[in-house]
Design a protein around this ligand. Sequence first.
Ligand code: 4NP
Length: 195
Amino acid sequence: MQQAIDNKQAPPNIARYPNAITRCILLIAHCPFPYLCLMKILMVCLGNICRSPLAEGILQKKAVEAGLDWVIESAGTNSFHTGQPPHHLSQKIARKNGVDISGQIARKFSADDFSKYDRIYAMAGDVMDDIRSIARKKFDEMKVDLFLNELYPGENRDVPDPWYGDEDGYIDVFEIIDRACDAVILNHRTEKQKA
Ligand code: 4NP
């Protein structure tokens, strides 16, 4: 699914496929209309109150501005804050930068998320370990990556956890996530959408 959305392979000759359902699937996968090219992305951190809500809100705003019909959501690998809104400092820094994350509600990551999303981004290595142990057999190497590998390919960097620090940490994290979201847009929109 992801490969097809990335549009890196040549579109197939639809006429060669007599089955109507196969034709529909191929048409959707090689969608010529940017607004029909849906991609579902899940941002994951530990608590789902500091980093991943920022990643969800920032990427959602950038995707809309880029005319991309992407669904972006977030989750945490623990349930300590399930049902809570994002941390007040994440909300404050986001608001200062024109991003409203106040309506988000924390939820716990589940193995079924591998069926629901095309891409899953872990904010850090410990989050990736948790994702692996929660997902077990459903863990799909092709769908999951460290978020900052979009910005620094292959470097396996972590988004620092601002939970234990002060407001400056949240400002730094906003900047890092903002740049990584730009990289996600650049790396994953289709050739037609880049035009
Ligand atoms: P987050 O930060 O993973 O970026 O949401 C944290 C929030 C809460 C906790 C740890 C990290 N906690 O241990 O409660």
